[in-house]
Design a protein around this ligand. Structure first.
Ligand SMILES: C[S@@+](CC[C@H](N)C(=O)[O-])C[C@H]1O[C@@H](n2cnc3c(N)ncnc32)[C@H](O)[C@@H]1O
Length: 203
């Protein structure tokens, strides 16, 4: 399994670590993602909410050859720097002869879904919903993401403790999905919590 601490070290060594990183991705979170990705081996990833690119870089680190579709209406230079660096580094270390595909869609998730592009690039083995943190926005993201998931895919909701997290409690389609609150907190101080929905059997 790849270690989260290696990712932090790499980012640090190359001057790519930002203050937001320490708040956004803590050790428990990342160990959890590393374990999940080890089991899931996702080939196709959807990220809603990119910000400075720290979750994006982590996904690339954990899934070097995956196609990652990343949606955010506010493109930030730092995210591009992170992914350019990670892509090149992963190509060198895995010695594959193609550049892993990272697709930036610089739109709101509503616009990205209605453009058809997100659908065309799916289905997805893993999706992160971490964009608009309102209840309504996260609910639309869930409804738009669900039909694009692969049979045994996993959807992750960030910030269950916020309004958007209430979406997680409203999921009632237990016939087809298995919601699962998970208690690996980002940090005991900020209380950020993830929720996972397993579209099929839990890996
Ligand atoms: C919490 S940050 C994402 C953090 C990132 N996933 C990470 O862990 O490094 C939330 C991001 O969602 C974006 N956002 C806000 N509304 C959005 C929407 N409707 N669709 C997609 N992204 C949105 C914001 O611009 C912001 O960059």
């Amino acid at each position: 399994m790849k270690l989260y601490t290696d990712y932090v070290d790499i980012m640090h060594e190359h001057g790519l670590l930002r203050q937001t990183f320490t708040g956004a991705l803590k050790i428990w979170t990342c160990c959890g993602f590393a374990h999940l990705f080890d089991l899931l081996n996702p080939a196709n990833i959807l990220e809603i909410g990119r910000c400075d690119g720290h979750s994006l870089g982590l996904f690339r680190f954990l899934a070097p050859l995956a196609t990652i579709v990343s949606v955010d209406p506010v493109p930030r230079g730092h995210a591009q720097k992170v992914i350019d660096f990670m892509d090149k580094r992963e190509v060198a270390s895995t010695m594959v002869d193609f550049m892993p595909r990272t697709v930036f869609i610089d739109k709101t998730s509503d616009d990205a879904f209605s453009s058809g592009l997100v659908k065309d690039l799916g289905p997805y083995d893993f999706a992160l919903i971490d964009g608009d943190h309102t209840f309504e926005g996260a609910m639309r993201d869930w409804k738009n993401t669900k039909p694009l998931m692969a049979k045994n895919g996993v959807v992750c909701f960030d910030n269950l403790e916020m309004d958007c997290g209430k979406v997680f409690d409203k999921i009632d389609d237990y016939e087809t999905v298995k919601p699962f609150h998970i208690n690996f907190r980002k940090d005991p101080a900020d209380g950020g919590q993830y929720g996972f929905v397993f579209m099929g059997e839990r890996p």
